[in-house]
Design a protein around this ligand. Structure first.
Ligand SMILES: *Cc1c(COP(=O)(O)O)cnc(C)c1O
Length: 440
């Protein structure tokens, strides 16, 4: 049975959308290009559940790409948004809500001395790099292959060939002159970092890193990787930026920097801090942040920045993450899921790697351990697509790409996790006959 006949209403809406929205979507991964079939068209969501336009129910492990750590439509979040809407949806001027949320963030991440709210992670990383370039009076940025920092021009760059080669734009529309200023090295490869610093001595403004990579699928840092980045950047006078848009308030209240005990110079946040509304932030050392307008010459602004609806959603969310039990419970459920997935793959005789960090989990259809993008790309994406669709048919929605994390929320119950493991067992068994794709 084709997915169109399973979800006729969704298919019809998607067809209509394609005539006006580019590819029928407002963010590419939603089009299901990597897994095939009719994309989900959502009618509503509650707790750990999504409901599509055909009335099907799914246990949701995307949770708006990790933004919804409390699950969908948490009653307290809904209540504050509703109450705030009556007091105005946007002021275009400062409200106390912004200061309160900023103070709460600073209490959780003490490396943040000054902070600026923006509306997307893309804006946060773009602005952080601008501040770092101004602070150091240098132009080059070093990032890691497979780490995602939003879609601004400087980050849509892949290494061409060889390590220390200047970046080649991986997206048409990014001028080569700008792409050349972004260097890429493999994640977890300190030798490559040292080599690049030697070759571009005195030119590197910033190193930006996902302290636990989650946008190539989950790839945790190897021992001492983050500590070494801290030492090298300090020695070289470069700004260390932790992109904690996913990991902030996810791995722990203090983010990855709290878990690993490292103070980056700048931090970017997003997703969870907005409680499901569009909020992100960049912040860190006061001497760097105070270069930003109006105190300094580095321009950055936003019509809806610090939006009161979005601030109140963040303010309803963050206090719930203050107890140790919150993360204990979240991680316990996540461990149970990760272990269940691992056993299910083993049972089905399918080579798989389960990479997990707290409530971030990826099942790679790969034979060898995945610690960087090259390793992640060895995954059998055809097998992943088959697995994804089997899971969807069983009412489980995981990210429609091999190179994404699965997000567990506080709204997922043990029963949800067990149902998911059961579905994974059946799905993996059903696809064990899908011919393995030769590793690239
Ligand atoms: C999601 C994400 C971004 C981009 O955030 P948007 O709000 O989608 O622009 C940047 N960095 C990381 C690590 C992310 O996960």
């Amino acid at each position: 049975m084709s997915s169109n006949s399973k979800r006729p209403r969704s298919a019809e809406i998607f067809e209509r959308g394609k005539r006006i929205l580019v590819g029928g979507v407002n963010s590419p991964v939603r089009a299901f290009s990597a897994v095939g079939g009719t994309p989900l068209i959502i009618d509503r969501a509650e707790g750990a559940r999504l409901y599509d336009a055909d009335g099907h129910e799914y246990i949701d492990y995307v949770c708006s790409w990790g933004a919804l750590i409390l699950g969908h439509a948490h009653p307290d979040v809904v209540a504050v948004i509703t109450a705030q809407a009556r007091r105005g949806t946007s002021y275009g001027m400062t409200s106390p809500l912004e200061i309160e949320l900023a103070e709460q963030i600073k209490r959780a991440l003490p490396s943040i001395e000054r902070l600026r709210f923006v509306s997307s992670g893309t804006e946060a990383t773009m602005s952080a790099v601008r501040a770092a370039r101004a602070f150091t009076n240098r132009d080059v940025v070093l990032k890691f292959e497979g780490c995602y920092h939003g879609h601004s021009d400087s980050f849509l760059v892949e290494a061409g060939s060889g390590l220390a080669t200047f970046g080649i734009s991986s997206s048409p529309g990014v001028p080569e002159a700008l792409a050349k200023l972004t260097l890429n090295v493999p994640y977890n490869d300190l030798d490559a970092v040292e080599r690049v610093f030697k070759e571009h001595s005195g030119k590197i403004a910033a190193v930006i890193v996902e302290p636990v990579a989650a946008n190539m699928g989950v790839a945790p840092p190897v021992a001492h990787f983050l500590e070494a980045l801290r030492e090298i950047t300090r020695r070289e006078g470069a700004v260390l930026i932790f992109d904690e848009v996913i990991t902030g308030f996810r791995l722990a209240r203090g983010g990855a920097q709290g878990v690993f005990g490292i103070h980056p110079d700048l931090t970017t946040l997003g997703k969870i801090i907005g409680g499901g509304l569009p909020v992100a932030a960049y912040g860190g050392r006061a001497d760097i942040m105070e270069l930003v307008s109006p105190l300094g010459p580095v321009y950055q602004a936003g019509t809806l920045s610090g939006n009161p609806l979005a601030m109140s959603a963040g303010l309803a969310t963050l206090p719930k993450l203050e107890s140790l039990e919150f993360y204990e419970d979240l991680n316990r459920k996540s461990d149970r899921l990760a272990t269940g997935l691992k056993e299910a793959a083993k049972h089905a005789g399918i080579p798989a790697q389960i990479n997990a960090a707290g409530s971030l989990i990826t099942l790679f259809f790969a034979a060898d351990p995945v610690r960087d993008y090259t390793g992640a790309k060895k995954s059998d994406t055809k097998r992943f697509a088959a697995f994804f669709n089997q899971m969807l048919d069983r009412g489980i929605f995981i990210a429609p790409s091999q190179f994404e994390a699965l997000f567990v929320s506080a709204a997922h119950t043990d029963a949800d996790v067990d149902r998911t493991i059961g579905a994974a067992r059946e799905s993996l068994k059903a696809i064990s006959s899908v011919r393995a794709q030769p590793a690239s």
